[in-house]
Write a protein that binds this ligand. Sequence first.
Ligand SMILES: Nc1ncnc2c1ncn2[C@@H]1O[C@H](COP(=O)(O)OP(=O)(O)OP(=O)(O)O)[C@@H](O)[C@H]1O
Ligand SMILES: [Mg+2]
Length: 275
Amino acid sequence: MSIRGVHISVKDLTHRYNSKCPLTFEKVNIEAEPGEALIIIGRSGCGKSTLLHIIAGLLATTSGTLLLNNEVVKKPSSRWVMMFQAPHLFPWLNVEQNVGIGLKFAGWPKKEAQARVAEAIGLVHMEEFAKQNAQNLSGGQQQRVALARSLVMEPELLLLDEPFSALDAFTRTALQKDVRSIAKELGINIVMVTHDIDEAVLMADRALVMAGSPGKIMHDIRIDLEDPRDREDPAVQSMRANLMQMFHDASHVPSDDDPSDEVAADGDMSTLHSV
Ligand SMILES: Nc1ncnc2c1ncn2[C@@H]1O[C@H](COP(=O)(O)OP(=O)(O)OP(=O)(O)O)[C@@H](O)[C@H]1O
Ligand SMILES: [Mg+2]
């Protein structure tokens, strides 16, 4: 597979769902170099998924510009692919068939498609399950297949909206490592949304803290840590503490008796909600 990433340029992006709604977010600016992994963290409702949908070309912006390699993004493309929390596989198709579906629709010759599919399945370490039906796989295995289905199209940018949040801790850790190393190997960009500070520290080159209503990017922090990253490494833990502090400051988590503080203390912010 060829190596490629994309220059991302988001300028003064502002969004509103309709004239009766308040602004979802306002004047969001992001620049990213080819191959960079950006992780967006922020409280529920601050507009993270909306921003990701706009970058994917699934939703129009209200004002501002979004350029990928200097091209305006107007619609979805196999060059920037989105992965969701649920893998959305065809349960009656096997792993190879699921992974190859995009190539089939694109009219690829069978032999070349087979080679590409095998390569993508290898990248996500699912070779031994290639002939298994998707419905017989675990959640983590299905998410690996969904990842291979995205990679087979040779994207420049992978957009991930909390893709591991339904998985158990072990599966999640393995996928965090693999997604980062695959993206680095292929040189592709990642923009990922998560509620999990640990995930941001383990996977990001830069973490963007989004907060407020309308949402804004409050911090843009370089996560300058060596790979492979280990949760127990003091440098990782210290970065996690910094990021947690920034998250709290940005979102004005108020007091000791705020029950959401307890949840945030273990790094998972999935139950934090905007006030
Ligand atoms: N289709 C829609 N029409 C109107 N408002 C919407 C629509 N989708 C989302 N919103 C609103 O826009 C805001 C941002 O939603 P979004 O889903 O982007 O937040 P989020 O940061 O991804 O939240 P979460 O962490 O809970 O996934 C929310 O207030 C939400 O209620
Ligand atoms: Mg969301």
